[in-house]
Design a protein around this ligand. Structure first.
Ligand SMILES: Cc1ncc(COP(=O)(O)O)c(C=O)c1O
Length: 396
């Protein structure tokens, strides 16, 4: 038994296949899924206990928790967490819980821009963001993340050229999905100054912010100073780091009251709904009681990330990969393999691995795949062995 198995969060393949989630049911039993951003781990005990209590008491009515509405408790616990982790002080009154982050992103785009306005998105990026921008008739302005040989970076000069008078929003994803970049203070400050100059709203998705590796530090965009906070809408949840995306509880934190009021002029509070009781209780448990679980998971993810880096460098160096600074996602550049199909199709057909297809993150990225390495070591080793086998066959 490895030390991580004794902690008890890694699930066996049998247990995973018995579940009813999308990740382990989309493909047949010969395919190893490595796509959607779920972790193959069981949840922390306090989260399980919070949900079991609701079920035990058959307590499915409108919730009150310690004398306050459940979504207000989520808002307060979030504000406390931001203060203690990052020194970012915000009032819980500026925090609006809702069901999910993509909903919050779409609502923010509607609130802070008009049809035809530009929304900047670093590409590649999480596919629902592209859909959200397009589906409400805004113009997607793609700011490429460029491989500088060690990591992916964006260029401020390119950004200046891209942004026209009718651009209203910079949709930031930090840590970035799929490149795993955790943007530095300098990068974020440059972006913030630009947003001030051009009067842009920054919609900052920070859902992966707990999942940051040693040597890097997450900085909430709104914490950089009041001038930046005044134009920042932060979106986050406990769902990625605590592995509870099906429970549907997320939040929007407005940098100022003025921003919140602007938002509600277009998006009435009655339209945003609220989190469900299981999601709210699980989120409160996650943020207030589950740090030891997350610390153990991060140890495991660091080992897994380094395993991917070392094994690919030794056995399949044609696959280009910069170890992510955050997230459990690896963005793999397979263009040197010289494939006749998309990289996604190649690995599905020849290795029986279900990656996320690169082209869903950026139409130009057909030769990329995204690997989710948040799984047990035996499953990860199987994935890597299958990749190496298929790559060697292809080289023959
Ligand atoms: C960057 C990012 N934002 C949002 C989400 C999804 O959030 P939700 O399920 O709350 O819409 C994900 C899921 O993988 C993600 O990676």
């Amino acid at each position: 038994m490895t030390s991580t198995e004794t902690i008890g969060f890694e699930l066996s393949q049998g247990a995973l296949r018995a579940r009813r989630n999308a990740k382990w049911n989309q493909y047949g039993p010969d395919v190893l899924p490595a796509f959607v951003a779920d972790m193959d781990f069981s949840v922390a005990a306090p989260i399980q206990a919070a949900i079991e209590r609701i079920v035990r008491d058959r307590d499915y009515g409108y919730p009150l928790r310690n004398g306050e509405r459940a979504d207000r408790l989520v808002a307060r616990v979030f504000a406390e967490r931001m203060k203690s982790r990052y020194g970012w002080e915000l009032s819980p009154d500026l925090v609006l819980p809702m069901a999910d982050l993509v909903q919050g992103t779409c609502a923010s785009i509607l609130a802070f821009s008009d049809p035809g306005d530009g929304v900047v998105l670093q590409t590649p990026n999480y596919p629902p963001f592209r859909d959200a921008i397009n589906s409400v008739g805004r113009r997607l302005l793609a700011l490429p993340m460029r491989d500088d040989g060690t990591r992916h970076v964006f260029d401020m000069t390119e950004l200046e050229k891209l942004v026209d008078r009718q651009t209203r929003i910079f949709l930031l994803c930090n840590p970035q999905n799929p490149t795993g970049r955790v943007f530095s203070r300098d990068e974020l400050t440059a972006l913030g100054q630009f947003a001030v100059e051009r009067d842009l709203i920054v919609v900052s998705d920070e859902i992966h912010s707990d999942l940051v590796y040693p040597g890097h530090q997450h900085i909430p965009f709104a914490s950089l100073g009041p001038e930046f906070a005044a134009r920042t809408v932060t979106l986050t949840s406990a769902t990625k780091s605590f592995n509870i995306p099906g429970l549907r509880c997320a939040l929007i934190a407005f940098g100022t009251e003025d921003l919140r009021n602007r938002f509600h002029k277009r998006i009435p509070s009655k339209l945003t709904g609220s989190a469900n009781i299981a999601g709210a209780d699980a989120t409160v448990a996650a943020w207030s009681e589950c740090q030891p679980w997350l610390d153990a998971v991060m140890q495991h993810l660091l080992t897994a990330r380094n395993r991917v880096r070392d094994v690919l460098a030794a056995e399949a160096p044609e696959i280009r990969f910069h170890a992510p600074e955050g997230t459990y996602l690896a963005w793999l550049d397979c263009s040197k393999l010289g494939l006749s199909t998309s990289a996604f199709q190649f690995f599905l057909d020849h290795a029986r691995i279900g990656f996320s297809a690169g082209e869903t993150f950026d139409p130009d990225c057909t030769q990329f795949v995204r690997l989710n390495f948040a799984t047990s070591m035996p499953i990860l080793d199987d994935i890597l062995a299958r990749m190496i086998g298929a790559t060697r066959q292809n080289n023959r």
